[in-house]
Unconditional design. Sequence first.
Length: 89
Amino acid sequence: MRVIVTVYGLDRVGIIYGVCKLLAEANVNILDISQTVMQEFFTMTMLADMSGATKELVKLREQLNELGKEIGVTIRIQSEDIFTAMHTV
């Protein structure tokens, strides 16, 4: 299963590291990543493969939500199918 991870909030040191570390610890493979900083605002979108993941999507969502609170950003994770359906007109 592939997932889309989105991160946004005020820029600060360690955002990419924190998200990537958590995903790596769960054996989630990052396939593609795009990030930008517009003035003080950070945004990142990742496409990741969960086929070898050691954690369920629900648990990963909880951990990413907690990480977001710790580092002051919003982090969302959802299946690629749901993301695509939501963004198709």
